[in-house]
Design a protein around this ligand. Structure first.
Ligand code: SAM
Length: 271
């Protein structure tokens, strides 16, 4: 087989390739992999992380959307004997085909990191932990605590589903081409027993979204603008001892859960 040239990076696909072996080592160490582990890597790119993952884990499923990079990696299959190289869009790839307890390790394409993250968290029963490189700004939002401007829907929904630790920042110099933004690596340990059913979780997410839809308004006004009736919302907030003048960004994940529960799951509007 003739070896295809290494394709030039496609900016549109978020192709900023890691070039620093130290960062690769730190990412793999954080994932605590052993020979019995199955890893899902999203966006293997040129394979720098894939190769290290193949050494550390039993099996690696590497899902790459760019057919040029997929073809390039195929020529390296001998160096990646335990890798299943899949050419697919990770947003459409059926993660249900992966074994339970698969560990996710990825330097995510930043342009779709949020929908990918939600998709992975929706399937968290399959993924006990994830080590993810993200845009630093998104990482800050994921670990943000109530009270600040970083705290929002992403923080509440992610912290509801996982214990999240920000591990280390990665400078733009560790990539080629260099990204315009700083990056950070997070460790997410998904929670085993989250308290809501799937249907309740949909309603919970809709409530959190509605609460943050108008960040500058009070909670009660934001919910009202999103179609909730004033009276039951005001009465429920009073019952929960949550002042109606508070803004969404001051409520903890626990407060949102209490509110969704007290409003009644059917009362929380699903948009
Ligand atoms: N893992 C490599 C590394 O660390 O050098 C590459 C990381 S690069 C930031 C992101 C990779 O995700 C690229 O290879 C890109 O082609 C791939 N990618 C972009 N969109 C994707 C998608 N929807 N599904 C799967 N892979 C995608």
């Amino acid at each position: 087989m003739s070896i295809p040239d290494l394709p030039p990076p496609n900016k549109r696909l978020g192709q900023n390739f890691l070039i620093d072996p130290n960062i690769v080592r730190k990412i793999v160490a954080l994932a605590e992999l052993g020979p019995s582990d199955h890893v899902l890597e999203i966006g293997p790119g040129r394979g720098i992380l894939t190769e290290a993952l193949c050494h550390a884990a039993g099996r690696v499923t590497a899902v790459e959307v760019d057919p040029r990079l997929h073809a390039y990696l195929k020529t390296r299959q001998a160096e990646l004997p335990n890798a299943d190289l899949v050419c697919a869009d990770a947003l459409a790839y059926s993660v249900e085909s992966l074994p339970m307890s698969t560990v996710v390790v990825a330097n995510l394409p930043y342009y779709i990191s949020t929908p990918l993250l939600f998709r992975l968290l929706d399937q968290r029963g399959r993924f006990p932990r994830m080590v993810l490189m993200l845009q630093a700004e998104v990482a800050d939002r994921l670990v943000a605590k109530p009270g600040g401007s970083d705290y929002g829907v992403l923080s509440v929904m992610a912290q509801y589903a996982a214990e999240i630790t920000k591990s280390f920042r990665v400078s733009a110099q560790c990539f080629r081409p260099r990204p315009e933004v700083a990056s950070a690596v997070l460790l997410l340990r998904t929670k085993e027993c989250t308290r809501l059913s799937q249907q309740e979780e949909v309603a919970f997410r809709a409530l959190v979204k509605a609460a943050f839809a108008h960040r500058r308004k009070t909670l009660v006004n934001s919910l009202r603008h999103e179609g909730h009736e004033l009276h039951p919302v005001a009465e429920t907030l009073q019952r929960l001892d949550i002042a109606p003048t508070r803004r969404a960004e001051t409520l903890s994940v626990e407060d949102f859960l209490r509110l969704a529960c007290a409003l009644g799951w059917r009362g929380a509007r699903v948009s």
